[in-house]
Write a protein that binds this ligand. Structure first.
Ligand SMILES: CC(C)(COP(=O)(O)OP(=O)(O)OC[C@H]1O[C@@H](n2cnc3c(N)ncnc32)[C@H](O)[C@@H]1OP(=O)(O)O)[C@@H](O)C(=O)NCCC(=O)NCCS
Length: 155
C-alpha cells in the first residue's frame, strides 16, 4: 500500500473527525463500554478543538489514494497525545509509520524520552514498539471513567 505522511491542515478536519468517530465506535468498542464509546466519540463534534490541535501541535496525517487512513499528534514536545488508524485499514503498518516519524521529531527536538496515555486497545501496539507501562490509571472524560495506561520509551 502506498502511504504518504504529511502535516495536517484545517481542511482535513472533516475527514479526521469522521475517522476518529468511526474508529472509536468500531475498534475501541472491543475494550470499552457503550457509554464510554459514546462519550469518547462525541469528541469528534468539537471541530474548533481539532482545528486548534492542527494549528498548534505537530499533527500528521497518513494518506492513501486521497483518503486519510490515520493520524497522530504530539503535544509539549514529547507527549504523544493521539494516534488513530481508519477502521478499514487496521493492522497494515500505518500506525507504525506514523510512530516512526513522531519519534524522529521528538529526538530532533532534543528529548530523550517519549510519553503517552494509551487505550487498552492500543497497548499491544505500543508494547510491540518497546514502550514500558509506567502505570495503569483511571481518567475522567466528561464525567465518565476510562481505564488506560501511561507508557514511556527512552529514545
Ligand atoms: C492502536 C492502533 C493505532 C494501531 O494501528 P495499526 O495501524 O493497526 O498498527 P500497525 O499495523 O502499525 O501494528 C504494528 C504492530 O503492533 C501490534 N498490534 C497492533 N494492533 C494490535 C492489536 N489489536 N492486538 C495485538 N497487537 C497489535 C502488532 O504487533 C502489529 O504488527 P502485526 O500486525 O505485524 O502483528 C489502531 O489499532 C487504532 O487506531 N486503535 C484505536 C484507536 C486507539 O485506541 N488509539 C490510541 C488512543 S490513545
Amino acid at each position: 500500500m502506498d502511504i504518504e505522511i504529511r502535516q495536517a491542515t484545517v481542511a482535513d478536519v472533516p475527514e479526521i473527525t469522521m475517522l476518529f468517530r468511526d474508529t472509536v465506535r468500531e475498534v475501541n468498542s472491543k475494550h470499552y463500554s457503550e457509554k464510554q464509546v459514546q462519550t469518547w466519540s462525541t469528541g469528534a463534534n468539537d471541530t474548533q478543538k481539532w482545528e486548534e490541535r492542527i494549528n498548534k501541535l505537530y499533527f500528521l496525517v497518513a494518506v492513501n489514494q486521497d483518503t486519510i487512513v490515520g493520524f497522530a499528534y504530539l503535544k509539549n514536545g514529547n507527549y504523544f497525545d493521539g494516534l488513530f488508524v481508519h477502521k478499514d485499514f487496521q493492522r497494515q503498518g500505518i500506525a507504525s509509520k506514523l510512530l516512526r516519524i513522531i519519534e524522529s521529531k521528538v529526538i530532533m527536538d532534543g528529548f530523550d524520552e517519549i510519553k503517552s496515555d494509551v487505550s487498552i486497545t492500543a497497548l499491544p501496539f505500543f508494547e510491540d514498539h518497546y514502550y514500558d507501562v509506567v502505570k495503569k490509571q483511571k481518567k475522567v472524560l466528561k464525567g465518565v471513567i476510562f481505564e488506560n495506561y501511561i507508557v514511556s520509551k527512552a529514545l
